[in-house]
Ligand binder design. Structure first.
Ligand code: TYD
Ligand code: MG
Length: 463
């Protein structure tokens, strides 16, 4: 009865892709408000993405070769770090980020650094625009194919014609397949096109990277559904006013998701930051109250950062302000509450502003002690010693708790020239000539930092 290609109007959530027969203010799938948009759904076999034809039947696990599925290095070490070695042949990666953050720049550099033929499909900019950018980046590799196209069948033809090992689709939201029926840019289109590209990637063993825009709220516009379809989801973040860019994986079928890649946007494109600690400490001025140095961990990577705090007496009768930049605001409020209750420092009448220097966003419990000591240092208007670093998680009881990778944090602090570190009591011994100031509680740490009472009693001299 239902002939192939029959269409019906549905309402699809632009956030999660759930389809509803009637419009509603709230999506029943994800609970978001005002996300349903009208779309056309085509029933019938003609619009179903073709299943890959070369999929093998059941195999014994011992018989399955693992040579395929090994990552191929991109020659961009910060990207390789996040991907756990590089892109895997046949995988599909979604790269999300706000407009202007540098997605196209990064991917052009990836293709230019690849050894074999690669294809850059530009569905937003003209081929000339991309060529000009490539020239500026010195990315005019001979085997880099450019194709300005938005129609999926033509893109698939181009993949078959140029036989690339790496394909970039910039962006997936602007690609459309006329056979799908729904409007270009709709959830149905984005999902359908991505599914077909996934099939192509698996069939031809080619790595495909899809660029996806994010909405103001920071989620991938529309294709949250894409996150299930692709193998890897990368997020490219950063503050447009800073040159620093952070690359993280939020989903990765081929490895860990906790690695952080750091880049700087320069005139020659994105340049990796192999020594972020030195970069974050470059502008540091010692002897200023409200600054604490914390060896923090991002994945397997220790990074020494400066946490800053500024306090100001609040307006009587108005709840005091807690403002965090680069740190979690809720965590800051909690830490200030613990500081007020579990030490003899009064913070309830102070507005507290805390931030990480350099525009990096961090959320890691090891930062807790740094945030508290920076605030105490600001309140007392007394700087911490310049050679002192601190780390540790603070519990609601005011106790200082151990955090992961203590040894690596200590080595990084030592490498950067710090000679004393306030640590939780059960931290491992430091290998080098680093002096560990073990503290069981926040109050002990405040004393160890020389911020309470007689500084000479702790053996520390505050300058
Ligand atoms: P782009 O890669 O176009 O961002 P996206 O694809 O995420 O929208 O990069 C945009 C910004 O990067 C642009 O505002 C200019 C800047 N930029 C540089 O600073 N240096 C460079 O070498 C290039 C190519 C871009
Ligand atoms: Mg772009």
């Amino acid at each position: 009865m239902a002939s192939s290609g029959r269409t019906k109007v549905v309402h699809v959530c632009s956030e999660c892709g759930a389809s509803h027969p009637k419009w509603a203010g709230r999506c029943a799938g994800c609970g978001d408000w005002n996300t349903l948009v009208e779309d056309v759904e085509t029933s019938g076999s003609s619009t179903q993405p073709a299943a890959p034809t070369n999929r093998p039947g059941p195999q014994l696990i011992a018989d399955i070769g693992t040579d395929v599925g090994r990552p191929v290095s991109t020659s961009i070490s910060e990207l390789d770090r996040v991907l756990g070695g590089g892109f895997v042949a046949g995988s599909v990666t979604l790269l999300g980020g706000e407009p202007g953050i540098g997605k196209s720049t990064l991917l052009l550099q990836v293709l230019a650094a690849a050894s074999g033929p690669t294809l850059y499909v530009t569905a937003e900019e003209s081929a000339q625009q991309v060529k000009l950018r490539a020239e500026r980046l010195g990315a005019t590799q001979r085997e880099l194919w450019l194709h300005a196209e938005t129609s999926l069948p033509h893109i698939i033809d181009a993949i078959e014609e140029t036989k690339p090992q790496l394909v970039v689709i910039d962006s997936i939201q602007t690609v459309n397949d006329p056979a799908l029926g729904s409007l270009p840019g709709s959830v149905g289109q984005v999902r359908g096109c991505a599914q077909q590209l996934v099939n192509i990637a698996k069939e031809r063993n080619v790595s495909i990277i899809l660029v996806g825009h994010v909405t103001k709220e920071g989620s991938l516009a529309g294709p949250r559904v894409l996150e299930h379809v692709v193998d890897t989801v990368l997020q490219f973040e950063g503050d447009r006013h800073h040159a620093l860019r952070l690359l993280r994986a939020s989903k990765h079928r081929y490895g860990a998701t906790n690695e952080l890649g750091l880049f700087e946007m320069a005139t020659v494109g994105l340049v990796g930051v192999p020594d972020p600690s030195s970069m974050f400490l470059a502008d540091r001025r010692t002897g200023i109250p409200g600054s604490a140095i914390v060896p923090t961990m991002e994945g397997q990577r220790p990074i020494v950062v400066e946490v800053q705090a500024l306090t100001n007496p609040g307006v009587p009768g108005v709840p005091s302000r807690r403002s965090a930049q680069g740190l979690d605001g809720g965590r800051l409020s909690m830490l200030m509450a613990v500081l007020g209750r579990r030490s003899n420092i009064t913070v309830s009448d102070q507005d507290v502003y805390a931030s990480t220097a350099g525009g990096v966003k961090l959320s890691e419990p090891g930062l807790d002690l740094g945030v508290c000591l920076a605030a105490v240092s600001a309140i007392r208007n007394q700087p911490l010693p310049p050679d002192l670093a601190v780390f540790g998680e603070i519990g609601l009881g005011g106790e200082l708790r151990q955090v992961g990778h203590a040894s690596r944090r200590l080595s990084e602090a030592s490498r950067l020239g710090f000679s004393r570190v306030i640590v939780p009591t059960n931290s491992p011994d430091a290998e080098d000539d680093l002096q560990l100031l073990r503290s069981a509680t926040l109050s002990e740490a405040i004393a160890a930092a020389g911020l309470v009472g007689d500084a000479s009693a702790t053996g520390l001299r505050v300058i």
